[in-house]
Design a protein around this ligand. Structure first.
Ligand SMILES: [Zn+2]
Length: 297
């Protein structure tokens, strides 16, 4: 009964969140990514400043990441690289931009200070939820894992659902506002969202392992690095704008949306000038987009 109620609530929450995203702020979806070698920076042309909306919250605590590798085509080596990124990103200077974001609730100011910690990974085959998932099944997938004690209810968590290439995602067509099979990564490649489960606010992200992601050539291979870039994008936006109401500009753009085509500064990998990166996380090199800095804007 509780689960049924939660499911109904989820439907309502989903409708509400899609409404707020596509009809009001448009910060739910992320467009396909641009080329990294454009001779421009986020300063050119000028952009609207990102604004804090009073009393709204950010994630100031350590972020506990659960990676749910969904689908039957995941390689262990790819999972390891994604896990390495999650484990190390908050130790890089890049994460310093996340720390510039804060909340001000009745004068009590808190910054994003938490580290990002990988807590658990699990592989989930498509037996229960199939090879085509949609917004409702992604949240039900998380609930199902909780109810089977495979992951806990954790309000500090970011549950990432990462689909392999054999999985299609039915998603909202941005233009006709209808669900459309395999629409994910046509207009955007990742999203962050939240759901209420047993009165707890749970944060979720979804990204697809797909060659449709439009990031060029990079250290770990186009498909995987594209996905890491989408994960990075959503992680920054989740900590700074967890319920889609804290930090965005007049156009509804969140901190990563505002820098989506920008990947500078690029460095070449020695011996292979065609492969570029801009972030070292542990022993791994990545190419991730820049993030908007609210202090220096
Ligand atoms: Zn975004």
């Amino acid at each position: 009964m509780k689960f049924l109620f939660t499911t109904l609530f989820t439907v309502l929450t989903f409708i509400a969140s899609v409404h707020s995203a596509f009809f009001a702020k448009n910060n739910y979806a992320d467009n396909v990514y641009g080329r990294p070698n454009l001779p421009v920076s986020p300063d050119s042309p000028p952009q609207a400043p990102i604004l804090y909306h009073n009393f709204e919250t950010i994630m100031s605590h350590p972020v506990h990441v659960y990676l749910i590798f969904y689908g039957d085509k995941w390689h262990n080596s790819d999972q390891k690289i994604i896990t390495a990124f999650i484990n190390g990103v908050s130790k890089t200077p890049h994460w310093g931009i996340a720390r510039e974001y804060y909340q001000n609730v009745s004068g009590n100011i808190k910054h994003v200070t938490g580290s990002v910690e990988h807590v658990k990974s699990l592989k989930l085959n498509t037996t229960t939820f199939g090879t085509n998932i949609n917004p409702l099944s992604t949240s039900n997938l998380v609930y199902d894992l909780i109810e089977h004690n495979r992951i806990p209810v954790n309000t500090n968590a970011a549950y990432f659902i990462l689909t392999s290439q054999d999985v299609t995602i039915t998603w909202l067509n941005q233009y006709n506002k209808r669900l459309q099979a395999d629409n994910f990564c046509v207009q955007f490649c990742g999203l962050h969202d939240y759901r209420i489960f047993n009165d707890k606010l749970l944060k979720m992200c979804l990204s697809k392992h797909s060659s449709e992601l439009h990031v060029p050539e990079i250290p770990n291979g186009k498909i995987l690095d594209s996905m890491v870039n989408a994960i990075s994008h959503e992680l920054f936006e989740m900590v700074s704008d967890l319920v889609l109401s804290s930090w965005y500009d007049v156009n509804g753009q969140e901190c990563a949306d505002k820098c989506e085509p920008f990947f500078q500064p690029l460095q070449q990998i020695q011996g292979n000038p065609d492969v570029v990166y801009n972030l070292c996380v542990g022993n791994n090199k990545f190419l991730v987009q820049q993030i908007w800095n609210p202090r220096t804007q």
